[in-house]
Design a protein around this ligand. Structure first.
Ligand code: IMP
Ligand code: MG
Length: 180
């Protein structure tokens, strides 16, 4: 499997540092608030699992699965809810936890859908941001790291549902997804 990786961008140690910094920031900002972490399946499971243990506050968690009808390595903006939240958002300070902000279409549509449900506040925490690829207007208050315009996998991020279990994040060799 590691033969499919061109270069390692973030080691396990790097990821641990990034996530603990995000956790400390969130802990500081959400004191006295009614924090609800919402993990967007499946890409954010690794960051969600580590991040929540770096948040030193009472909080709740929930999960949502969306499909953006993308093919290959691109998403479309047509977000369809595959698995909805189990609880109503009213009165919660909602923090969406996502793996990567790319074109921004997925999070843009999701923000529209979730803000109609009257949470007290709504913000985004994304592990990675690819600003060069942005097409839709999205503001993420918490960003783990900026990444270049390359397709990356590992620590939750997939290509064709594979590589999520890599403990590090690396650039996928283009020949894996080219000619598909
Ligand atoms: P967006 O709607 O273009 O911002 O796409 C966001 C979604 O596309 C993320 O939640 C990921 O599932 C996927 N994605 C975008 N870039 C990458 C990448 O480099 N590696 C793995 N998945 C990616
Ligand atoms: Mg994905």
């Amino acid at each position: 499997m590691t033969n499919d990786i061109q270069s390692v961008l973030f080691s396990q140690e790097d990821l641990e540092k990034i996530v603990s910094r995000l956790g400390a920031q969130i802990t500081e900002d959400y004191k006295g608030k009614n924090l609800l972490l919402v993990s967007i399946l499946k890409g954010s499971i690794a960051i969600m699992s580590d991040l929540m243990r770096h948040i030193d506050l009472p909080c709740r968690i929930d999960f949502m699965a969306v499909s953006s009808y993308g093919s290959g390595i691109n998403s479309s903006g047509n977000v369809k809810i595959i698995k909805d939240l189990d609880i109503s958002l009213e009165g919660y300070d909602l923090l969406i936890v996502e793996d990567i902000l790319d074109s921004g279409r997925t999070l843009n549509s999701l923000m529209e859908i979730l803000s109609t449900r009257k949470p007290r506040s709504i913000e985004i925490c994304t592990l990675f941001d690819k600003p060069e690829r942005r097409e839709a207007d999205v503001y993420a208050k918490y960003i783990g790291a900026e990444v270049p315009d390359a397709f990356i996998v590992g620590y939750g991020l997939d290509y064709d549902e594979k590589y999520r279990n890599l403990p590090y994040v690396g650039v996928l060799k283009p020949e894996i997804y080219e000619n598909k």
